[in-house]
Design a binder for this molecule. Structure first.
Ligand code: NCD
Ligand code: ZN
Ligand code: ZN
Ligand code: ZN
Length: 447
């Protein structure tokens, strides 16, 4: 019996090296990586023409929306954007309408995604009001809990450290991580009131209302709770030097903490925010060049665990409003992350090994995604083929995402995802989505 598919004439990234080889896939899994002559006969043979072949990206920070927010994004448009960007698994955030915060809302999202998604989807849940429900949410398959320290989303009173500790203790017992949006609500509220009183409506006022200290303060608070509970904490979109320092202190103390950084916080700063205004508005906001340098330095020293897009789609109408206080924060990132990072590779600021570690290997590890995150026999065939020499300009009007804008619009990039395979199935080919909606997997926590 021939196997389902053989990809041949590839340059495959395997354990830190690029190897000229081919890859045999059967029933969605990689069953063999070998020189062409040693591959089994296959029903379909695809010549990858010497292109670099990497594990598909695992994006641990994606807002797929759907339901009452489907006008911003839905499971098809969001996962099509993922496939176009070489992302084979997205972990979906819970700040939806309705909020994902119990087994019922989670099951409903899984049901909807199962019909429409074209890449694998796993889910976060917010905390339920009744902490007794934590185990049922994990049983339903949530990969992690998400805690917003900036505003109340879900059932927990975020000003109550005692309650947060109880929540962390519960989650620690289940063995899943807690991902945290670390900006301190009280600091944000005070600063915002101050700024609004001045009558200012510009993006710089918004930045002043969300200072780096709010990030550092929230991280410090959460670290104390992590220490007491032993829970594994993942800090989302760390953006500032002081926030990073608070995180690094905990990491160097040996606590089970990890962090993620976004491409926009690595590549943009206040100058860009002034130019692109509310289109580049996001939380936490873009920071100073000094902050950007601090993020890069930590990344190069190996202290950053993951890169994630924080793909946060809104309509242009919601973004381009007169007063910054009315603008929706968030930047779509699924279709720009890999091209931007490959450009960094081509410019020598990042190695391919860094890229794969930060976008595939480590996210798989942090979120316990079994048999994913690297190209290995036995693993799911989640694969992105890239043309590392292809030069082009980012054009947000071509996005699959409903959010057809980007602060990176018009940027020249070098490196393009040309084929995306999800569980062995070709989903994106030369920018076209070639799979039917609903052909991917819902990935559930398996204790
Ligand atoms: C996110 C969104 O729009 O859901 N917005 C953002 O500015 N990043 C929420 C979030 O990740 O904090
Ligand atoms: Zn060949
Ligand atoms: Zn956030
Ligand atoms: Zn987010």
């Amino acid at each position: 019996m021939p196997v389902d598919m053989v990809l041949h004439n590839a340059k495959i990234y395997i354990r830190g090296r690029i190897v000229e080889a081919g890859l045999a896939i059967d029933e969605g899994r990689i069953i063999r990586i070998a020189k062409e002559t040693n591959l089994p006969p296959a029903s379909t043979k695809l010549n990858l023409k010497g292109h670099v072949t990497l594990p598909g990206l695992i994006d641990s920070h994606v807002h797929l929306r759907n339901q009452q927010l489907a006008y911003k994004e839905d499971f098809f448009s969001g996962t099509a954007a993922a496939a176009a960007g070489g992302v084979t698994l997205t972990i979906d955030m819970p700040n939806n309408k309705p909020v994902t915060m119990d087994s019922i809302s989670l099951r409903e999202r899984m049901r909807l995604a199962e019909r429409r998604a074209v890449v694998n989807v796993a889910f976060y849940s917010a905390f339920p009001q009744k902490l007794e429900e934590v185990p049922s949410i994990v049983k339903e398959g949530a990969m992690a809990f998400k805690l917003y320290m900036s505003e109340k989303i879900g059932g927990l009173d975020i000003d109550d450290d005692k309650l947060l500790l109880q929540a962390f203790n519960r989650v620690a017992k289940m063995g899943v991580p807690v991902a945290v949006h670390a900006e301190d609500r009280k600091i944000l509220e005070t600063k915002r009131r101050e700024m609004e009183k001045t009558g200012r409506k510009d993006v710089e006022a918004y930045v002043k209302a969300r200072p780096p200290e709010a990030e550092a303060q929230a991280i410090k608070r959460i670290v104390q709770l992590a220490k007491k509970s032993g829970v594994q904490v993942h800090f989302c979109h760390v953006s500032s030097a002081v926030g990073l320092n608070a995180f690094l202190t905990a990491k160097k103390d040996g606590l089970p903490v990890t962090c993620e950084v976004t491409p926009h916080h690595l590549l943009l700063s206040l100058e860009h925010l002034k130019r692109y205004r509310t289109l580049a508005l996001t939380n936490p906001p873009l920071r100073t060049r000094k902050d950007v340098i601090a993020l890069w330095s930590a990344l190069k020293q190996g202290f950053i665990d993951a890169l994630a897009s924080d793909h946060a789609p809104h309509t242009v109408e919601e973004k381009e409003v007169e007063s910054v206080w009315d603008a929706k924060p968030g930047i779509p990132g699924l279709e720009t992350t890999l091209p931007l990072l490959l450009t960094q590779v081509s410019e020598g600021r990042l190695t391919i090994a860094d890229l794969v570690r930060l976008t595939s290997e480590k996210p798989a590890e942090i979120f316990n995604l079994r048999n994913r995150g690297c190209l290995e026999e036995g693993n799911w065939a989640d694969i992105v083929v890239v043309d590392i020499n292809r030069k082009y300009k980012i054009d947000s009007s071509n996005f699959y995402s409903k959010a057809k804008y980007s602060p990176f619009d018009g940027w020249s990039v070098k490196g393009k995802p040309t084929k995306t395979f999800v569980n062995g199935q070709l989903v994106m080919d030369e920018g076209e989505i070639v799979a039917k909606p609903g052909t991917s997997q819902i990935v559930r926590w398996k204790g």
